[in-house]
Design a protein around this ligand. Structure first.
Ligand SMILES: *Cc1c(COP(=O)(O)O)cnc(C)c1O
Length: 389
């Protein structure tokens, strides 16, 4: 028998990851997603989901899926262009476009697929993508896959972006950015990005995975000018605040029509189960009428920031979104803090290098409208206590 060398190499690399404490393990969730979870056999209060409005386990969303299953079963059975495009998908797209204020929208199965589909449909070898350094991995993958020149600017450094745009000779240009940055919680300057896109004849692609449902009455982080601009393509992922699954791209009607023709991750894949589109329709309704949820969320953010604003050694990053990173420094310190909180029944993930820059290992606290004020208070008290220990 000959040795299977590739497998041997993988196993050696896995051992190395384990030795470097970089081997990632999956926790086993044995409850619905929410603020109270059962994980690896323990009941914990969770500060680590993206379920910012507490909709993932909302009975109305579940009921909508149940009803749709009774009507049309489970699987879509085909791609959108081959009889898989159900009335429920179509109605959601129309409602979504109306809600965010764009002429048309297209439903993808995931945000990852949407990012790859859009960038590869719009740009090729002669294009250039301009990207914030802290963009999500799926945007970086999308930029690489489309074959365009890939130019990155320092986080939020729009002067650098402007200089790069001035120098570019590419025929098609696209600026892409997280609208709310997923590890830092800060918000991109959409109006200045748009004015740069306009003065350099570029697209502006806004990935609002963490802003949709939360910012601007739930409509997300687009400004009025961005809504009106045909250059702006807007992405909301629907597995975070919306509590379900999938992603919707909203844009000028011709752009959406182009994506239907050319976005491979839309064309060559099975449509999302229609029952999820039904659940999304209900989710959209809850997002739309969710101002009291957003108000509670805002109060939690304020309470946390007041409580943790002035700790010696650790600092909260400047964020007004439900993503509240507490920077503690080295990987080991972040791990130890996360572990100490876990011992107190509080689940808060440590984010380490290489996900974040060296020396900025952090707790990524994410808040939900489903937390109670007392639970936020418990987290603050525990962290303050540990800071003094
Ligand atoms: C989560 C996320 C995605 C991917 O969305 P999925 O629907 O989970 O695939 C894309 N962009 C950003 C910024 C994200 O946080």
């Amino acid at each position: 028998m000959t040795e299977f060398s590739a497998l041997t190499r993988i196993e050696e690399s896995l051992s190395q990851l384990e030795a470097d404490s970089l081997l990632r393990k999956r926790m086993l969730l044995e409850s619905p997603q929410g603020t109270h979870v059962r994980v690896d056999g323990r009941d914990l209060i969770s500060f680590c989901s993206n379920d910012y409005l507490g909709l993932a386990n909302d009975p109305r969303l579940a009921q909508a899926a149940h009803s749709a299953i009774n009507e049309c079963g489970v699987g879509a059975g085909a791609s959108h262009l081959v009889t898989g495009h159900h009335r429920l998908h179509h109605e959601f797209e129309q409602a979504f476009a109306r809600f965010v204020g764009k002429p048309a929208a297209l439903l993808f199965s995931t945000g990852y697929m949407a990012n790859i589909g859009v960038l590869t449909a719009l740009l090729g070898r002669h294009g250039e993508v301009f990207a914030d350094r802290l963009n999500h991995a799926s945007l970086n993958d999308a930029a690489q896959q489309c074959g365009a020149t890939f130019t990155r600017y320092a986080h939020a450094d729009l002067d650098q972006l402007e200089a790069q745009l001035k120098k570019s000779k590419a025929s098609d240009k696209l600026i892409c950015t997280d609208l709310v940055f997923s590890m830092d919680g800060d918000v991109a300057d959409v109006d200045r990005l748009l004015s740069l896109a306009e003065s350099h004849d570029a697209w502006l692609y806004l990935d609002d995975a963490h802003g949709f449902g939360v910012l601007n009455d739930g409509r997300g982080g687009m400004t009025e000018a961005a809504r009106k601009s045909s250059r702006v393509i807007y992405l909301a992922t629907l597995g975070k605040a919306a509590g379900v699954f999938g992603a919707a791209v909203a844009a000028h009607a011709s752009v959406v029509e182009w994506l239907v023709q050319k976005a491979k991750t839309y064309v060559y894949t099975t449509a999302m189960p229609p029952m999820l589109a039904a659940s999304l329709q209900e989710s959209l309704k809850q997002v739309e009428i969710g101002s009291s949820r957003r108000e509670i969320l805002g109060q939690h953010v304020s309470k946390l920031r007041e409580g943790l604003g002035s700790l010696p050694g650790w600092h909260l990053m400047d964020s007004n979104t439900p993503i509240q990173p507490l920077v503690v420094g080295e990987n080991a310190e972040a791990m130890a803090l996360s572990k100490a909180l876990l011992e107190r029944g509080l689940l808060v993930p440590a984010i380490r290098t290489p996900t974040v820059p060296k020396g900025s290992a952090r707790l990524r606290i994410s808040l939900s409208a489903a937390h109670s004020e007392a639970e936020v208070g418990m987290l603050v008290a525990a962290i303050r206590d540990l800071a003094q220990a």
